[in-house]
Design a binder for this molecule. Structure first.
Ligand code: IYR
Length: 221
């Protein structure tokens, strides 16, 4: 075993008032975030996406294995293939694969099997979870807490894109196996979700829903 190496922590402390202000400002910014389902075709510079993915890549992960891969799709032809495959699954979902209970739970969102945003939005970020890693010899390396790790990275990516001034949609057609085929991903990777991003379409409206209160989501002991 090699000895673990340690370096000084780069940590910033703020005076209490500064902490409160930072916490407040971040909350105000994040609560403006809404899932958008209607995107503009306006292009977005690729380096914005690159920086936001770098942010996602700072996420903590099980044993620091960083079990994620981001496939950034802007090619119209590949976007079209994804749209067609996703809509095929969604048609089966809405026409009977989903239970009545599930469809009832979705009703207030007004979603259906039509997914034009998969072609309109300038970028689809397909996020893959690496169920296991591969070492230099191609041997399997066990990965820990894969779902948790990729979920945290995805959360950071959503926050980073929002902070940069872009709208997002977390899209999870189910099943999503077609993504591995279209995007030619290796067998150790499983599609996790598609993060659709770009500018919202002009005049877009969102469902009139709100978030639970602090009391509803918290217990202090
Ligand atoms: N994947 C489907 C259905 C859907 C499921 C959930 I859970 C949502 O929060 C929203 C939609 C679709 O994209 O329409």
């Amino acid at each position: 075993m090699t000895q673990p190496q340690f370096i000084p922590l780069s940590f910033r402390e703020y005076p209490p008032a500064g902490m409160q202000q930072r916490a407040d400002e971040f909350y105000v910014e994040m609560k403006r975030r809404r899932t958008v389902r209607d995107f503009s075709e306006r292009p977005v510079p690729r380096h914005i996406i690159e920086t936001c993915i770098r942010t996602a890549g700072t996420a903590p992960s099980g044993a620091n294995q960083q079990p994620w891969h981001f496939v950034v799709v802007s090619d119209p032809d590949i976007k079209r293939q994804i749209r067609l495959a996703a809509e095929q699954e969604e048609r089966a979902f809405y026409a009977g694969r989903a239970s009545e209970e599930w469809l009832d739970a979705l009703e207030h969102l007004g979603t259906d099997a039509s997914k034009p945003f998969l072609e309109t939005a300038p970028f689809l970020i397909a996020i893959f979870a690496q169920r296991y890693g591969l070492d230099e010899e191609g041997e399997k390396v066990k990965h820990y807490y894969v779902n948790e790790s990729v979920g945290i990275a995805t959360g950071l990516l959503i926050a980073a894109l929002h902070h940069a001034g872009l709208a997002t949609l977390t899209h999870t057609p189910s099943p999503m196996g077609f993504l591995s085929t279209i995007l030619q991903r290796p067998a150790n990777e499983r599609p996790y979700l598609i993060l659709v991003t770009g500018y919202p379409a002009a005049g877009v409206q969102v469902p009139d829903i709100d978030k639970k209160s602090l009391d509803d989501i918290t217990t202090f002991l």
